[in-house]
Design a protein around this ligand. Structure first.
Ligand SMILES: Cc1cc2nc3c(=O)[nH]c(=O)nc-3n(C[C@H](O)[C@H](O)[C@H](O)COP(=O)(O)OP(=O)(O)OC[C@H]3O[C@@H](n4cnc5c(N)ncnc54)[C@H](O)[C@@H]3O)c2cc1C
Length: 438
């Protein structure tokens, strides 16, 4: 667990990184070296493996927690498991805790973070109110939603580290209790499922909401509330597989950290599906171990027709039509369902994307894990085409096949270029399209 570090030691670290960047003469593409493993879906021949590295691995301290004003100041390499360990004894937690223990707060902002508190708060970045950013040429900027760097502040989310290095974050915390009670509402039709999601979104009668489409006739909504006491406690880090229990149980109780990381062995793509596999190896099959192994042997991963791991967003009004199409075209279940509040129209996306998405206040994130591609179809591409047709979008965490022209129809090139010209004028970090789609 990181210790609270004085701010002066933070300044020493940022000065070292900024100096290295200022003095750099190489023109080779640059990417980050962190301590925690990356949670981007590993790709066989990702260019990042050949990039020169800037080492930010010592940026992993929690600098301040203010329990009165309910905010935290921390460096980007702090993992969510360590953050929750530090804040929960004070009765506080971050506003969105992604499902894998070693996702870092910097990675969650630069990439994405979607979980069961997203129906209230959006992503983790939506709880942030200040970033310190080191530009590619070694300047250190303080960026807030209201100062002269407001566009830089907004564009740090979802641009996957291609605009600069986030070296410090300030973010809000929310009250929490030691346990979470979850109840499972079951529906056999998408229509009633959609209505239930809308109802809980409106009434805010729960603290957490996610769910599963187990099959075209079994839709489960997992509704959690913080509680002070629990009659029993379950955990899902060895023999038991969380998502499976949502189809059979009516309710469950978990310690709050066990709730946050109930998917750490995989959301639905849990490793070691057999009883004996899990008995002997399951304890060591955390997301972190598996991803570290995949990174080490990345050249062995399938280059053609990789298994499908996708997060897609559609507005709630489109979920019914989308799922009918999905059922016919993909036929892969379960699907993880995470309602996600449209907190604001993000600057990295084009206005035309939001117009096509519609006026709903709520998106639904649907996640597919580990689907084997069938025949000679490219299911990643089929999904991209469908999303372009219906005004949906996907996160860029895995394989992307957009042409450059298609890509910038959804992602906002004028905003991106404006910030890139300030923070990385010589293009030391790959451009967003190159990094995520090539
Ligand atoms: C199987 C699988 C399932 C997933 N499911 C979900 C999910 O359900 N919900 C969800 O929210 N996410 C999910 N993710 C995605 C993951 O949360 C995001 O990819 C997240 O951005 C990873 O954070 P990380 O800390 O591992 O960062 P990394 O993977 O190391 O980095 C992510 C990106 O951010 C950049 N970056 C990292 N740190 C910094 C920094 N300090 N400054 C600037 N740029 C930086 C990196 O260069 C990289 O491009 C999943 C990933 C996988 C592999």
């Amino acid at each position: 667990m990181p210790h609270l570090n004085p701010l002066s030691s933070h300044e020493t670290k940022t000065t070292r990184i900024a100096t290295q960047l200022r003095e750099r003469t190489s023109t080779q593409p640059l990417s980050l070296r962190k301590t925690a493993v990356s949670h981007m879906v590993p790709k066989a021949f990702d260019k990042k493996y050949k990039d020169e590295k800037i080492d930010i691995s010592d940026l992993s301290a929690i600098l301040e927690i203010d329990p009165e004003k309910k905010f935290c100041v921390a460096e980007p390499g702090v993992t969510f498991v360590d953050l929750v360990k530090a804040t929960l004894p004070l009765g506080l937690v971050p506003m969105t805790v992604p499902e894998f223990k070693t996702i870092t707060i910097g990675g969650a902002v630069a990439g994405c973070s979607i979980e069961s508190m997203s129906f209230q708060y959006g992503g983790f970045h939506d709880s942030c109110f200040e970033y310190e950013v080191i530009t590619a040429d070694g300047r250190v900027l303080t960026c807030t939603p209201d100062n002269e760097h407001s566009l830089i502040f907004q564009m740090m989310h979802g641009t996957f580290g291609t605009l600069g290095i986030i070296s410090k974050l300030k973010f809000r915390l929310v009250p929490a209790k030691p346990f979470v009670k979850v109840i499972y509402e079951k529906y056999s039709h998408v229509e009633s499922y959609e209505l239930a999601i809308r109802r809980h979104f409106k009434t805010r009668d729960v603290d957490f909401m996610d769910g599963f489409v187990h099959s075209p006739t079994l839709y489960v909504l997992n509704l959690g509330v913080f509680v002070d006491q629990a009659p029993y406690q379950n955990r899902y880090d060895w023999m038991k597989i969380y998502y499976q229990t949502t189809a059979t149980r009516d309710e469950d109780y978990l310690r709050t950290p066990d709730y946050f990381f109930r998917y750490d062995r995989g959301v639905t793509g849990v490793r070691f599906s057999s009883f004996f596999g899990r008995l002997f190896f399951g304890k060591f099959a955390s997301s972190s171990h598996i991803l570290r192994l995949a990174e080490k042997i990345h050249w062995l991963l399938p280059r053609k027709r990789p298994t499908v791991t996708l997060d897609i967003f559609v507005s709630i009004s489109k979920i019914k039509t989308f799922l009918k199409w999905y059922e016919h075209e993909f036929q892969h279940f379960p699907l993880w369902v995470v309602p996600y509040k449209r907190t604001r129209d993000y600057e990295w996306a084009n206005k035309s994307f939001y117009e096509a998405a519609g006026s709903d206040e709520l998106f639904v994130d649907l996640a597919i894990y580990g689907m084997k591609q069938r025949g000679d179809k490219n299911y990643y591409r089929i999904m991209e085409e469908k999303l372009m047709e219906i005004g949906g979008i996907k996160t860029l965490i895995s394989h992307n096949f957009y042409s450059e022209e298609e890509f910038w129809k959804n992602w906002n090139k004028p905003n991106y270029d404006q910030v890139k010209a300030i923070t990385d004028p010589k293009g030391m970090f790959r451009d967003l399209y190159q990094k995520t789609c090539r």
